[in-house]
Write a protein that binds this ligand. Sequence first.
Ligand code: ZN
Length: 332
Amino acid sequence: MNRFVQRLLFTSICQLLVLILVLILVIGGTARAANTKLQVVTDIAPVHSLVSMVVAGGAETTLLIQPAQSPHAFSLKPSQRRAMNQAQLIVLMSEAFTPSLHRYLETAKRDNAVLILSEHNGPHSHTPHENNPESDHDATPVLDQSSSSTHSAVLNENEQYDLENDLHAWLNPENAIDWLDKIATAMARIDPPNANLYKNNAAMAIQQLAALHIELQESLKPVRSREYIVYHDAYQHFAKSYALRPPIAIALSDARSPGAAKLRAIRAQAMKVSCAFSEVLHDDAIVDMITQQLPIKRGILDPIGTNQSTGESLYPNLMRTLAQQFVDCLSD
Ligand SMILES: [Zn+2]
């Protein structure tokens, strides 16, 4: 009798413990599911902005390279590696733009998806064009907008836009518009229940950027014929997009300093320019040197959104501010 009661008690306690354990697991699981939004990691602020437009309401975004940091001198911290490992999707500008990110992605064993935007340009990217007949080799993204442009700059014989060597492809809104679509498609694949949300977000953002593009075309029209100097070779896509003169760049596209011969050549070209731009992340000294004693207006450019707050509005704000800088500096 006594043994029977003991056994009964023991069984009840075991059942109770199992019940408590199950409850803990269920409650814990639910809490975890509520906290685990999809994670999307992006490299630079303009890409983060475009991704934020598409995933709003469906996923969380992380920005790896803060706007005040130059992407050209960037190396990964352990926390950034962790963010990449935990993300369901990583969206990057291009392989050449942030080599340290790509080296990590190649060596790390991850099962998340990677979307490299400059490898994904719209159908208009693949039309033959007059300026860069050799631009079709594999390692370099082809970023030609000729067939979609309703206008073009009047280029001299030896002039062309060097799109291949300029990594700052987001400064052409037509590229950004293509990428919004690609981001929505990638998200729909990863998160099918929210596919419509991503597609609708992208459609709205595309409309917004298309209107912005027309607005900027209008405001830049009066300054198309003006010559100008820029700090680094980051504005080929912008110039072609708005039919401006091809930029005369002091530093290379990865912001490496020029040699003495290049500096002399730029100083000679400076005679014909009406404006010279420095940049928010770089020292003015080299621009000062090139423009000294010449009647050249000065402006300052912010190609990556250093002075903008991050998020959905960064990209349009960045483009509008950039265009206004060109209008101000190139006008009389
Ligand atoms: Zn740059």
